[in-house]
Design a protein around this ligand. Structure first.
Ligand code: HEC
Ligand code: HEC
Length: 406
């Protein structure tokens, strides 16, 4: 992308005040139904796991187990001992991702999951299509088939609400159609004002109702300027005043190191490659779809740009800030703080390489990338930021947490 930061900054600072963040409205019947499905643990093999188990609203719809976040960062499924292979991304603010496609610049855009494999081609809506997946994934909810899921939904206390929302054809024997209705209901909730409320301090600033502190304002200037962050995580409202989502839904390989504690490395059945396993991201998903080497190889190791909304959000006690719960970042959860992420973008290429586990790792040296092909060398790696500027960017990222009050 061309280097347009100063313009972007000028545009941001001269924005007209957009509509004030609307007070949260009540959920529609459809959204309420989606909420029941999202939190229902009965919809898993051992009736012990819901979507919220890995996408807890208090943690910005990511995992809420501090000890897991601090280590492997990958969550156990309904069946004990079975783990997936990636860190749960936010399930909110994802609803605007288009169907996976190649744009005019021949870049892949859209889809759902870190690797885009929920393309949206089946239901026309990647978010609804994604919401069907976890129920039947043996490493997640682990139900045997769509018929079992539909049986449980139709028999649930909210079964009547499901029929009321979808009409009398619902729960009448067409399991595939009901399966799609379940996906669409959950997507409606994920897009609702409850999971995607746009109620952060930064939203209030865009609405002209709050001001950034000098530190946060410096962080924003760096975010859209010398840090180049906004080239992939857009921070300015769209042409019709749409609030920014902090993702352009494209894919990149940041050259993130592997997370040696990823439990997937030790899942002999699901992962015969063991610790030699490398996550191939979008390229792997495109190969699975049968796309030739010329198409999938340039995408190996690339992952979807995640939203940065609620990236810092977690329950905090003012009394014990030191005991705040951990979060993990990146597709494999290698990073454990925003400070580490920003330091990586700034110094990946200017600091020496070191073996994982070395003294000084993440501070004075970085391990090799998980996937050395297709690493982005243009927009990151040696930004020349000072430690204080890194801190300013972190301060800005903290303004993206929902539920901000004056
Ligand atoms: C065991 C943990 C777990 C459970 C349970 C789970 N998820 Fe996820 N979710 C993940 C992980 C891990 C990913 C990323 C997987 C990948 O990219 O391959 C993910 C990805 C997603 C995404 C994609 C976001 C994006 O921007 O691409 C959405 C949306 C989502 N989950 C919603 C749900 C819903 C809805 C449910 C319940 C039906 C659910 N999840 C259940 C762990 C979980
Ligand atoms: C070239 C595109 C690009 C640029 C520039 C970029 N990012 Fe990212 N960002 C990504 C991608 C892609 C990921 C996910 C990578 C992965 O998981 O392997 C990511 C992940 C993140 C995450 C982790 C979020 C999570 O929920 O796990 C944070 C935080 C982040 N970026 C902040 C920044 C900041 C701050 C800057 C500027 C200093 C920046 N990014 C610049 C593409 C970009």
């Amino acid at each position: 992308m061309p280097w347009t930061a100063p313009l972007a900054l000028i545009a941001l600072l001269s924005l007209p005040a957009t509509a004030a963040a609307a007070p949260p409205r009540a959920l529609s019947a459809q959204e309420k139904l989606g909420k029941r499905l999202f939190f229902d643990e009965d919809l898993s093999a051992n009736r012990n796991q819901s979507c919220a188990s890995c996408h807890a609203p208090a943690f910005g719809t990511t995992g809420d187990a501090s000890a897991v976040n601090a280590t492997g960062a990958v969550y156990e499924g309904s069946v004990p001992g079975r783990f997936g292979n990636r860190k749960p991304p936010s399930a909110a603010y994802a609803g605007a991702s288009p169907r996976l496609h190649l744009d005019e610049e021949k870049q892949w855009v859209g889809g759902m999951f870190w690797d885009g494999r929920a393309t949206g081609d089946t239901l026309g809506d990647p978010l609804a299509e994604q919401a069907q997946g976890p129920f039947l994934n043996p490493l997640e909810h682990a139900l045997p088939d769509a018929a079992e899921l539909v049986k449980r939904v139709c028999a649930a206390s909210y079964g009547p609400a499901f029929r009321a929302a979808w009409g009398k054809q619902a729960c009448s024997g067409d399991a595939q159609a009901d399966y799609a209705r379940i996906g669409r209901s959950i997507a409606a909730y994920e897009r609702s004002a409850e999971l995607s409320p746009f109620s952060s301090k930064y939203d209030a600033v865009l609405a002209g109702k709050a001001e950034l502190t000098p530190r946060e304002a410096s962080g924003l200037a760096l975010f859209v300027g010398a840090g180049k962050c906004a080239e992939c995580h857009p921070a300015t409202p769209g042409p019709k005043g749409e609030p920014p989502l902090f993702t352009d839904f494209t894919y990149d390989n940041l050259g993130m190191p592997r997370n040696p504690l990823n439990p997937f490395a030790f899942q002999a059945e699901a992962n015969p490659a063991g610790t030699a396993w490398v996550d191939e991201g979008l390229g792997g998903a495109l190969r699975e779809r049968g796309l030739p080497a010329a198409v999938h190889e340039p995408e190996l190791g690339k992952f979807k740009v995640p939203t940065l909304r609620n990236v810092d959000l977690r329950p905090r006690s003012k009394k014990a800030p030191a005991g705040e719960p951990s979060k993990a970042y990146g597709h494999n959860g290698y990073f454990k703080s925003l400070r580490e992420v920003v330091h990586f973008y700034n110094t990946r290429d200017s600091l020496p390489a070191c073996p994982p586990g070395s003294k000084g790792e993440k501070v004075t040296c970085w391990p090799a990338p998980e996937m050395s092909r297709n690493v982005n060398k243009e927009e990151m790696g040696n930004l020349g930021l000072t430690p204080a500027q890194e801190e300013d960017i972190v301060a800005f990222l903290r303004t993206l947490s929902d539920g901000w009050r004056n």
